[in-house]
Design a protein around this ligand. Structure first.
Ligand SMILES: Cc1cc2nc3c(=O)[nH]c(=O)nc-3n(C[C@H](O)[C@H](O)[C@H](O)COP(=O)(O)O)c2cc1C
Length: 472
């Protein structure tokens, strides 16, 4: 069997799209490794970028990485590259958050033409440094995606992202500190099965169109068993999902990857139409999560929790330490490749009703004016049924799906995780009447100025390409 591989340029482009995802304080806590022989891209947590005080259980870290994984799925669909995703494929290695196996054409049947203008190449893969952005695709065996890209297989029975999260591998150990001290609901305390398998199992959402199937790489692709990475690339024991039933919707989201930026500006006092709200709720459901638009009472309650969290942080030196580490001011703002630059802080809120983290804290920022924010912000809460690392990855994918849809619908967005970082406040954020499960993120949506683009580290810093899984 001829083994065709993604070339370095294509892998680089996919990872560049993945890293456009939001992450807490723009810490970009991810690393990628492409294993050529196995056609598999591995997503790892980068614990050097964890926030031990603000995010002691690494919940937010997983959410950011889940968002990056979702962008990767969108970019793969856009490029006409079918793939199979495993969440937490190796129970022995909790830093390995996901593996993405790109299906060679031999495994799937006749090729599906990729959309015109896409960059997919199935050609030689050279271990070492990833291709520089903009460099030419490697000559030789590269071929346009339309000729080589793997085609769709018959759709298997519908499942959900939650099924994959709750597969045989669900009780993965948590990263970092054992317990989510702030939330009291961290992975260690809740390391039972995720949705779909445990006592809190919920039915798969009917809107979910993704295929769930046991992953069985072709015999020649599977590395010899042994190391944790081997298991991840082989991944035959864990549940998997692919997007073959969902390609069109994923492709339609691609342009929004580059357009989505957090906007910490005031939004208009204008309603978000029902059909747009419905589309965002649907986006969350497709990933196995729930999006709930807060009513008047609930909005007031969440605003109060944000203010509470702000005032606690104002007198907490450790919180100030995380903020100082991840904010970029003065000349650093233009030069840094990570963190939140001062030009993205937005104006200082004058009326105290905006659910925004003030990244300046008490520090002066030259030329930063104040502004009155909307009196009636549109807040939506993203929740999951479980609260394990797999649920956080699921939440990250759902978050990014919602954000990309919102961006495509002309909405500006910002996020606040502030009240969710303290266990007592997080409990109160849930709508006691209709809210399910565990709140993972508070979104603010509306019509207003787009936020500025913030920097990302070069792909070469976050991507490693190896021929075989054992080369590390
Ligand atoms: C888990 C998570 C938590 C976040 N929490 C906040 C927050 O509390 N306040 C805020 O203004 N932005 C928050 N953000 C947004 C990030 O600051 C933002 O994504 C990052 O600075 C990159 O900027 P961008 O979204 O414009 O690409 C959060 C993002 C994630 C993924």
């Amino acid at each position: 069997m001829s083994v065709r591989q993604l070339d370095a340029r294509t892998v680089t482009a996919l990872v560049a799209d993945a890293t456009a995802a939001p992450s807490m304080h723009n810490a970009q806590p991810w690393r990628f490794r492409y294993v050529c022989d196995a056609h598999t891209l591995l997503l790892h947590a980068d614990l050097t970028r964890a926030m031990h005080h603000t995010d002691p259980g690494n919940r937010s870290l997983h959410i950011g990485c889940g968002a990056a994984l979702f962008n990767l799925r969108v970019a793969a669909a856009h490029a006409g590259l079918p793939c199979t995703v495993h969440l937490l494929p190796d129970p022995a290695d909790p830093q390995l958050l996901a593996s993405v196996h790109f299906t060679p054409a031999e495994e799937t049947g006749p090729p599906e033409p990729a959309p015109p203008g896409t960059s997919a190449r199935l050609g030689t893969c050279t271990p070492g440094a990833p291709a520089a952005p903009g460099s030419a695709a490697r000559p030789g065996t590269s071929a346009p995606a339309g000729q080589d890209a793997a085609g769709p297989a018959a759709r298997a029975s519908a499942g959900s992202r939650a099924d994959a999260a709750g597969g045989a591998h669900a009780p993965a150990p948590a990263l970092g500190s054992a317990a989510d001290a702030a939330g009291g609901v961290g992975a260690a305390a809740h390391a039972g099965p995720g949705r779909g398998t445990g006592s809190d199992a919920a039915p798969a959402t009917s809107a979910t169109q993704n295929t769930v199937a046991p992953a069985a790489p072709a015999a020649s692709d599977a590395p010899a068993p042994g190391s944790g990475a081997d298991a991840a690339v082989g991944a035959s024991a864990s549940a998997a999902f692919d997007d073959r039933g969902d390609t069109e919707d994923l492709r339609s989201l691609y342009p929004a990857i580059a357009l989505r930026h957090t906007s910490r500006y005031p939004f208009e006092e204008r309603d978000v139409p029902e059909d747009v709200r419905g589309a965002l709720v649907d986006a969350a459901e497709r990933e196995g999560a729930e999006l709930l638009f807060a009513g008047t009472w609930h909005t007031e309650a969440v605003l109060e929790l944000v203010r509470d969290a702000e005032s606690r942080d104002a007198i907490d030196p450790a919180a100030a330490g995380d903020l100082a580490r991840w904010t970029r001011r003065g000349p650093d703002a233009g030069a840094a490749a990570d963190g939140v630059p001062e030009y993205a802080f937005g104006p200082r809120p004058r009326d105290g009703r905006s659910p925004l983290r003030d990244f300046a804290g008490r520090r002066p920022v030259p030329d930063r004016g104040g502004a009155a924010f909307e009196r009636h912000p549109h807040l939506a809460l993203l929740s999951t049924h479980g609260d394990t690392p797999a649920d956080w990855l699921l939440a990250g994918q759902a978050l990014e799906r919602v954000l990309l849809r919102a961006t495509g619908a002309g909405l500006a967005t910002s996020l606040t995780s502030h009240p969710l970082e303290r266990g007592d406040l997080r409990m109160l954020a849930r709508d006691p009447v209709s809210g399910l499960g565990h709140v993972q993120m508070v979104l603010r949506l509306g019509y207003g100025p787009a936020g500025p683009a913030t920097p990302r580290r070069p792909v070469a810093e976050v991507l490693e390409v190896t021929q075989r899984v054992r080369e590390v």
